[in-house]
Design a protein around this ligand. Sequence first.
Ligand code: BGC
Length: 369
Amino acid sequence: MTSRHSVRAVAISPNRPGEVHLTTLDHPEPGPGEVEITVIRVGVCGTDRELIRGEIGHPPAGSSELILGHEVAGRVSKVGARVAGFKVGDLVTVMVRRPDDCPACVAGQPDMCLDRNYTERGIAGAHGFMAEKIVEHQQWVIAVPDYLESVATLIEPLTVVEKAVRQAELIQRRLNYWNLRTALVVGAGPIGLLGTLLLRSKGVDVHTVARTRSPNPASELVASCGATYVSTNEQSIAELAAMLPNIDLILECSGASSVVFESMGVLGNNGVLVLLSLTGGHSTMEVPAAEINRSLVAGNKVVVGSVNAGREDFTNAVDSLERFEELWPGLAASMITHRFSPNDDLFAATGDLPGGIKSVIEFEGPGRS
Ligand code: BGC
């Protein structure tokens, strides 16, 4: 800390796209119902890279910069008045989205916000967690068992696939019988890999599809949890699907809009395709519209978009990480391939690193390893 009431933080200025810098921020004392969290580490993801490029996001009202970071692990270091359930030293992570006043938000589902006027810490209208210390209201703080410290930054990205699978399960209540046996995960970035682990932990036969030829760190992780890695350089999605039984579920997390239509084309009867890639840009393409429509209708197939996550997805993600540790000790932690400090070259630290899966920025918190 530079002084008692200011903390160092990693920020972007929307008027200077392509740049990331270290800044100092006034740090408030936790008010009633709030906790102070000393940050251990924060994950970097594709959304941060889009923010840095200036493609999405905006700072809080009245601020010229936005503190990045929405995948946090930290320890409670102070509790304000009327805080129940958290004490100094507790390992925690924090939910990202804050509600607006739309009916869905008021009904307790800010992840389903109707008017898209929500704020998201570190993304839209609110500072993020890439700071030495943060203050947060207890209602958005999630307790994490101590022994999950090394993987606690993976909870937020894991919530994305937790919500996806929960959506599919809710949708499939339309069926008297749904046996989730075969799933395709399209994309082997952090979200695709966490989706692979999640579905494998539920005993599903998972095929994870990505462009890069194996072996690579992602293909090794896929194999280690008993899933099959397929490079589209060797086999197309359609060729793979032709060899598989009915594809019950597809998680699309490739970040490429064209793959969405390819995925629709191979979804099995009564299946669900969950779209998770917030693709930027304005790319267009020709699609076999009649064929896709026919197969969706005749096969009772559902295509659903899913963004962000609810509280239950966070608590489910904590449970899943515990399960991952039981099934494959240390495997989830191996996703963290690069560690940086806030004093390193922040542009490199937040960039896409060849052969890397997940980078984290580590602060001098109590758990710094
Ligand atoms: C975050 C989500 C967020 C989304 C869109 C993702 O990186 O994990 O929580 O809703 O970006 O802003």
